[in-house]
Design a protein around this ligand. Structure first.
Ligand SMILES: *[C@@H]1O[C@H](CO)[C@@H](O)[C@H](O)[C@H]1NC(C)=O
Ligand SMILES: *[C@@H]1O[C@H](CO)[C@@H](O)[C@H](O)[C@H]1NC(C)=O
Ligand SMILES: *[C@@H]1O[C@H](CO)[C@@H](O)[C@H](O)[C@H]1NC(C)=O
Length: 262
């Protein structure tokens, strides 16, 4: 009897793990950031469901969508964004998966965010549009150690700083670039902001990200807030940059920076 129970438990655990492995999109992180919960049979819950349905339609055409459902304490605000170069079908799938995982990971939270490699989805009972979210965050490190990390450090700082201005001038709030380091490595960088921000705030957000993207002696890292993120590697991780993305290749040796990091 006891054995049967533990077999059952293992089976249940296995089935809980299964969807994670099957997810087609790399999951970066999630946060159930609200300290308030909701009842699954409440009006808030049905508004949230409606919001999910609505955003699956809203987000894919342009890769970005925000909208709210309901009134007063039952109102829920949503925002979804796919990386600017992601085609419509992949965007739709990514947003659907992000919602699925938010359901799974934050089943009763009144505010939550899910970051995937190619998209993010966030909802809250509080209106968060146009505000820099520098509370919810994640970091992903590429642990490969490299020689001469100080060179990388300075150039990452320069690259991300430059890219933040490039992205703020791009309607997609996205920019990628490669740059040669002083010791002849090629550095690749990508930055992106959510499109509810103003261009000024997108730069502000990326400045906050830049100081958190501490590349002491590692080959690559990605740091993200709820409103923006930046990533660098010493290999090309964004592949062929599509025309929609402002892509620049420069040596970035003459960029002035406010070096708050060190
Ligand atoms: C949640 O946090 C906010 C702000 O920190 C606070 O004002 C509110 O009372 C908290 N609500 C609950 C249910 O703890
Ligand atoms: C980490 O960086 C190395 C060298 O840049 C690269 O070969 C490797 O694929 C990276 N790993 C990940 C997980 O990005
Ligand atoms: C970058 O530097 C290399 C070597 O110093 C040079 O050959 C190349 O033309 C430079 N590229 C740009 C875009 O300035």
């Amino acid at each position: 009897m006891l054995r049967m129970k533990s077999t059952l438990l293992i089976l249940i655990l296995l089935s809980l793990c299964l969807p994670l492995q099957q997810s087609a999109y790399a999951i970066l992180a999630h946060r159930c950031f609200s300290n308030e919960t909701y009842n699954p049979s409440s009006i808030f819950a049905s508004n949230l469901q409606e919001l999910f349905n609505f955003h699956q339609i809203l987000v894919p055409p342009t890769g970005f969508g925000k909208g709210s459902i309901g009134h007063g304490e039952n109102q829920v605000f949503g925002l979804g964004q796919c990386r600017g170069d992601v085609p419509r079908t992949r965007c739709l799938n990514c947003i659907s998966e992000a919602m699925f995982w938010l359901r799974w990971s934050c089943p009763i939270s009144r505010g939550a965010i899910m970051w995937f490699d190619l998209c993010l989805f966030k909802y809250s009972n509080v209106n968060f549009y146009g505000q820099i979210d520098d509370t919810n965050n994640y970091i992903r490190r590429n642990a490969t150690s490299i020689s001469n990390p100080t060179v990388i450090f300075n150039q990452v700082n320069n690259l991300i700083f430059t890219l933040s201005f490039v992205a703020s001038a791009n309607p997609l709030f996205l920019a990628t670039a490669s740059a040669r380091t002083d010791d002849s490595r090629t550095l690749y960088g990508l930055v992106e902001c959510t499109r509810d921000l103003t261009p000024e705030d997108s730069i502000r957000c990326l400045n906050l990200v830049r100081v958190r993207l501490i590349p002491w002696g590692i080959a690559g890292a990605q740091f993200g807030y709820g409103s923006c993120y930046a990533r660098y590697e010493i290999y090309s991780f964004f592949g062929q940059a599509p025309a929609a993305i402002y892509n620049m290749v420069s040596n970035n040796t003459h960029v002035l920076i406010d070096n708050q990091v060190v």
